[in-house]
Ligand binder design. Sequence first.
Ligand code: ZN
Length: 555
Amino acid sequence: MNNKIIYLVLIFILSCTKNDFSQKIYFNGYIWTGDLNNPRANAIVVSDDIISFVGTNEEALLMSNENTIKINLNGKFVTPGLIDNHVHFIPGGMQLAQVDLHDVTSKEEFQKRIYEADLILPEGKWMLGGNWDHEKWGGNYPDKSWIDDIVNDRPVLLDRLDGHMALANSMALDLGNITEKSIDPIGGIIKKDNQENPTGILKDNAIDLCRELVPADSQDDLDQALHRAIDFALSKGITQVHDMGSFSDLITYHRALSSGELKIRVKLFTWYTNWEDILEYVKQHGPGNDWLKWDGVKGMIDGSLGSKTAWMHKPYLIDDNSYNKERLSTVGLLTIKDTTHFKRMLREIDYHRIQNTVHAIGDRANDWILDEFSKISLENGKRDRRFRIEHAQHLSPQAINRFSEQKVIPSMQPYHLYDDGSWAHNRIGRDLLARSYVFKSLIADGANLTFGSDWTVAPLNPMTGIYAAVTRKTRDGKNPDGWFENEKINVEDALMCYTINNAYSAFWENTTGSITSGKNADFVVHSHNLLSTPPESILDNKVLRTVVGGTDYLF
Ligand SMILES: [Zn+2]
């Protein structure tokens, strides 16, 4: 206690003598700090961009001087800045200006949206975007005629919401030279009808046959997309994202950083085909700074549950109801073209102290990468390396314990459960369903569970993820008490996954992730007290104020 008083006096003297730094006092809040040593507070003092005090109103207001800006939080709920563990950020910003089909539930609505988008797009420009989900109109795959009927004078390529499937119109297929004679590329499928004609549906690597032809975005397009994404993220209370991006995104981020427009913190995990570029970049420029870090690489070894390409131990169920009557069963696939090269790459990245994260959804894929991580730790020696697995959706019984045992971080996106829970039983058996999205088990076992959105696959708003993790309700409304309700977690645990756990997963826990004296001033003021709000109302929560590095954004 004595120490605390001395500390307060020191702060007071400091605030009287040194008036050249800017000071803000946020008082009268209900503050959930995310800091286990000081879990609740009413006031935060910010000096320049750093939190200099967290505690009671009286203590905080004692520190004010004539230049202090005092902000009354009116009893509102405050959390640390929310962190999203998995976004596709610049494409997300692009998509904010593209055709959006994520909530389409019929062919009519699908065609109406395309018609509207066609009216705005400049002549000759590819129509892109999509985010459609055929499960929302009963599970029938769309085909090229859905687009051709409306748009046939420009190429159109529309992704399914998981990015593992896309629908092309005839013009895009022609440009990609995709005909009845085309054979499937490695790791991809060109869907064909009874007459061997391509239907327009392209899966995984087959999508690239068209995507490769889309002209590159201009520098200005990219800058604008990033600014759109940043403003959108701030409005949702997000102060830090972990971007599963590309090497060229790094250039866009650098432009924003040097022009002072990078208003949130970004940890970039570059797509693995550019791993050597990142190695070289880190060698020359170091790992990054307080706003932008680029010392991460993202690999990928399987597909998704929705496209039946997630790599499983047991075959998928045969779906008799499917319009497309996919009679052949499959276990999904390992999507790496050259396994030897991939394994060598993982080792090289780790050796150079760059963080590895790998996309793995199926139980077999998760076992495979956990095995690799275990071997690499032995080969390259013991160290604090924080391997991550993106999604970690379906786990074998032994895998659940391996995350804490091996200190591998499950980087999960709870809102996928809200979607998948409606139809996953058509894909996999009950034993594996019970080992899907096992939030509670992973936390109970001591894993550093982290949450995010996978935007643009799912909505960016962290409230949708918290809602999904806490209620485990599903889109079809058939699980009012929760889909495998034993895996529900409480709001506080979900907030930990969105804050300090996420900061840790990017090696940023010393400066971000909680409202703690000495850390960056990143926090959010909410309309609802999430700790006392009924779970059904979590989605009603609005962000009123987002503070990043001491700068306030009001909504
Ligand atoms: Zn993703």
